[in-house]
Design a protein around this ligand. Structure first.
Ligand code: HEC
Length: 145
């Protein structure tokens, strides 16, 4: 009797530990999704300020300037479609930053935003700059067709 009583206390402890940990995980997840939403909203804001003149209001590549360009701006709603349904976050951030020659995207027709954002936004902290670019990438991911 004594032993089984102890066992049930131990089990009770495990259950409360489990509930506690689950609550923590649920809380952490809700925080993540909230900050994701904020990041994506910021990415959208930056996209509207800097990218729509060439890539169009909704990112489909239709713009006044685009028509006059020898290399037309890409339809950014079809980034994944062009890559067999895969949206390569890191590659897209690098293309936007213009810091790395990504095979097939090194025509230099598009401005390199790493330096442009540094100047236009006065951002000197490279971590902050990378985060801003990643937020634009996160926004682009949400508009894939
Ligand atoms: C001056 C016009 C112009 C502006 C402004 C511009 N782009 Fe571009 N973008 C282009 C052109 C042109 C291409 C196609 C380049 C090529 O084919 O090599 C391109 C290609 C891209 C690609 C590659 C798409 C793919 O599937 O490979 C991404 C991503 C992209 N742009 C994102 C952006 C973002 C984000 C912004 C704003 C921060 C932006 N662009 C602003 C002209 C522009």
């Amino acid at each position: 009797m004594k032993i089984s009583h102890k066992k049930s206390i131990a089990l009770g402890n495990w259950v409360s530990a489990f509930v506690f940990v689950s609550t923590l995980v649920a809380f952490a997840m809700s925080c993540t999704s909230d900050s994701n939403k904020k990041d994506i909203a910021e990415g959208e804001e930056w996209f509207k300020s800097y990218c729509t003149p060439c890539h169009g209001e909704n990112g489909d590549g239709q713009s006044q300037i685009g028509y006059t360009m020898e290399t037309p701006p890409k339809n950014l709603r079809q980034i994944a479609k062009r890559r067999n349904g895969v949206f390569p976050d890191a590659e897209i951030s690098k293309i936007i930053a213009g810091v790395e020659n990504v095979p097939g995207h090194s025509t230099n027709v598009m401005p390199a935003w790493w330096d442009a954002f540094k100047k236009a936004e006065g951002i000197t902290d490279e971590k902050v700059l990378q985060a801003k670019i990643d937020h634009i990438t996160a926004y682009l991911k949400t508009i894939q067709e």
